[in-house]
Each structure stands twice: as structure tokens, then as C-alpha cells.
Design a protein around this ligand. Sequence first.
Ligand code: ARG
Length: 610
Amino acid sequence: MDTIPSFAEELSAWLGARFAAAFPDSPEAARAGRVVPSAKAGFGDFQCADAMQLARPLRLPPRKIAEAALAGAALPDCVERAEVAGAGYVNLTLKAEALAARACAVAEDGAHGGVPQLGAGRTVVVDYSSPNVAKSMHIGHIRSTVIGGSVVEILRALGYEVIGDNHIGDWGTQFGIIIKGYREFADRDALARDPVPELERIYKESYARAKADEAWMDACRAETVKLQQGDPENRALWQDFIRMSRHTFDEIYERLGISFETTRGESYYQPQLAAMVERLEKAGLAHESRGAVVVDLRDLDPAFAEQSRKAVEAALAKNDAESAAREDGKWICIVRKEDGGFNYNTTDLATMETREKDYRPARIVIITDDRQIPHFQQLFAITQKLGLVSPGTDLVHVAFGTITDENGHPFSTRSGGMPKLKELLDEAASRALAIVREKNPDLPDADARALAETIGIGAVKYSDLAMDPITTIRFSWDAVLSLQGNSGPYLQYAHARIRSLLAKYAEAFPGEDWRAAPILLGDPLERALARRILAFPETVVAAGAKCRPNLVADYLFCLAQDYSSFYQKLSVLKAEDPAVRVGRARLCAAVASVLRRGLALLGIRAPERM
Ligand code: ARG
């Protein structure tokens, strides 16, 4: 369906024309008339405060200005009343039918939920999850996976063609270390049983030996070189490690309901890297420096030059020449190492080039922890300068805060390390199961387990998505698994409660069809609920523009709270007037449908019962 018009826009256009007509000579009045949802009940549904700003240029009291704008005006069809209030506000009250009709249009629009299809005909690449081969996914990876999964859903809801790309770390010197360790001391049984922890153990042990023993280190390097030169045996081993790791990752993705359009690991881009460095050199962006090839970002981007200058000056002011040198070095980006090898920077440049060629994306979104902010600043600056993507391509790094232990300290291996993702999900599901069993003792075991998995996963995802990505998370089992307050289960429960209310309604009033019943909106709590429903499309637009699923989470929490205020005060099944009753049923159904749709944008399922 077409975009559902927004009241705020429509009313702003109307009131803007009124101000302009009332004060034709004033440039300030020509820009006035911005209408926003009213801050408080009792001030109409929408409000404009511009008369206060006009008082000075027009040399008139604000109330007089507001009155002049409204004088003799025919109201738009959707408006019941326009009044001047307080110091000079214009308060607009909508006709209940108009408000109800648009709320229904949003909630009952099966295709898009009223969300404007701003992305139609455009492609976005979302690079997320991206774990490293031969390492377990720990709860740090959950952030990229969960935030990315939600960003994908939100962009898709806006009509974008979304390519989710899992940029796994499947290349690098660590493979020589693993191959050497594998040859010397792999436990084949452990590998067959649960490969990733064993690969991790092999890596750690071989790495420790390499650090202590020069000969071991050389042997590891030799294995890496053999792998890079295409030695069949090493390549077969390397492919095996990837296969085993991906199998383990896939189990987690399946549980989380995540799937990717493509999984191109770092190795995919290796054949392009030499040419990429040449391209940089030809464009005059890269040069040799002490055996390496580097891009000097200070030459490239005035912003980097400025940052670099500030950092150096600050260090010198503290009489710290060494740190000045170091700060300055930060703005140098190595694209070929002294030993001739390429690195993360080179690979990411080639990744940009390939994405442009294959998808011509309007936007590329990459989701990693905030330690990589400088990397992506550099990458985006070079990408644009070299013209690796078309001008105007929106390059976005969504950085998320790291996860620390309960005391705010980084997880250390000594303290048992960061909990593994699988353990977290298992624990979440088992805590949820206890609650499901308590609330629904008659539910068959398989159903109870399925429900508990849905609730547990929802809780884990929501606890992450409810926060602005950049926030640092102090990990605590209790907070993640909380089933109350602003939590996933709370929203799932709000939805399930409405669904069961509607089922009861159908039983109690079998002849009544609420699907087409007028929603009367006689009570302010009902109006508030309808207005909240209307805000769903603009919430999705904002969340998509900023890649911030937490805007959707906040919205859903407010919607659930509005619903709960409504439901505490007004009865549905027991409403006296049948017309009010059936209209309320339709309003409830509308809330349930927006809750379900919004949870889906967070990658959270909304069960029918809980
Ligand atoms: N594998 C990397 C890590 O675990 C993240 C990769 C993110 N994507 C990218 N194009 N660099 O830190």
C-alpha cells in the first residue's frame, strides 16, 4: 500500500500556510507552523509552539499571533478542534474517526505495517557477526550478531534489498600456528566430538610454545607460507578447520534465527590484495616506508591531519616526545607489511571494492565492537578517496561497547573468561523453562521446551537491543535473564495476553466481528494508545536511518505500558456498551499486531500464549 500520511506533516503544512497567510510580510512566519505530538494529555493530540518564537519579530503577544493564524480558518478534515492555549500554543484535537482510521491503517497493513518503503530499489550490505575461525563465539560476538540481525530486519521493513554478509576471519598467520599444533599434539577424539574448543586449545598451546621457542615459531611461519602458496595438505587442513568452525557457528545462528545472504570470509579477497596495493600506489595514495607500504592519512583527509596535529600537540604540551611520535604514527595505515604480507586493512579495502562491483549498494553497514572505530575511520577515508565505492554511498560503522564482567573489568582468562554464547543461551532457556512450567503445568514437555527456548532467546536478544549499541554492557546473568520490567519476555507476555483476551472475546461474543468495528476512542487512554500506534512507522524510519534497534525497543516498551494503563482502567470484555466493547477489541488487536511486528524487527518471536 502507499505510505500512510503522517498527521504531523499534514497538520504542519496546513498550519504553516495559516501563519504565512496571517503575516504575509514576515519571513519568520513563512517558516512557522511545525506541529508535533502533544507532550501531555489535555493539550489536544498535536501541538505547535511557534507563536512564541514569532513574538519578537512580529512585536505581538504570542497568543494574538496564534489567534490570527487560526482566525476564520477552515479546519482540515481530520481536525475536530483547534484552540489557542497557555502562553500561545496551538492545540489541535483530531476527530476520533480520523485517528482511529489511521491507527488501523498502520496496525492492519499486512504488508508493511504502515512503514514507508524508503529503501525500495536500493541495496544495503550489512556486514555482521563475523566471528573468527577456530575460536568459540563468546558473548562478545552476540552483540554483532544480534544487533546486525535486527538492523537487517529494520532495513528490510523499509523496503531495502539487504545483503547480510558474514565476514568471517578465516585467514591470517594464526593458521600456521594451528596447523603446526595440530600436527604435533591434536586430540583427534576431542576434535571429532566438539571441534572448536579443541581447535582453540591447539591454537593457544601452539602460540604459547611459539613465544617461548624460536624454532617452533619458525615452523609455524613456514606452515603459514606453505598454506599461502597453496600447499595441498595445508589447504585441506585449513578448509577442514573452517568447515568445523562454520558448523558450530551455524548451530548458534539456527538457534538465534539468523541467516546470511552470503558468507565471504577474509580469504575470499586474498587474490585481489596485490592489485589493491598497486591501485593505491598508482593513485598516489600509498608509498613505501621502511619496507612497508603505507597510506598516510594526514595527506588524505584534512580531518585526520587535524586529529593528528591535535594529538601531537597535546603530547608535546605534556613534554612527551615519544608519545607525540606514537600519536602521529596512528595516522599511518599499513597496507603491505614489511614481510610482503597483507593485512586486515588491505582485505577490507578489497572487500569494499567487491561489494561495490557486486551490489552497487546505497549503503554499507559494518557492525563491530568500538575498538575498531579508528580502523573504520581510516578505511572509509581511503575508500572514498580512492573511489572504491560510488560517490554518495553511505558508509556506516555501527560500533558497540564491549562487554565487561559484573565489576566493569574486562573478562580475563584467569577469571574463567567470557561466558560462551552457547552456555548463555542454554542457561537462558533453562531459566525460562522453570517459569513456563510454573505458569503452565499442563503444557506438554516438548511445547514447554519450545516456548522456553523462544522466551530465553528473546530475553538474551532484548537485553542487548534495548540499549544504544555504543553502551558498554556489564555482564550479569540476572540482568540478561530478567523476565520482568523492560525485557523481551515482558513484551512477549503483553502480546500473548492480548491474544488470549481476543480468544476469550471470540468465545464470549461469537456473533461479533471486531475486525470491521469502528474504534470509538471515547477515553483519553484509548486515544493515547491510538496515537502510539501511529508512531510505529516513524520509529522504524528513525531506527533504520541511525541503525539503532534500541529505538524500536523503546517504542515497544512504551506501547506495552500504554496498553497496560488502558487495560487497568478500561474493561474490554465487560464494557457495557456493545459498540465500545467491540471497538476496544479491535484496538487491542491492533496493539497486538504492532507488538508482534515490532518484536520481529528485533528478531524476537511473539508466541500466542505464555
Ligand atoms: N572478524 C572480525 C573480528 O572478529 C570482525 C570483522 C568485521 N568486518 C569487517 N569487514 N572488518 O573482530
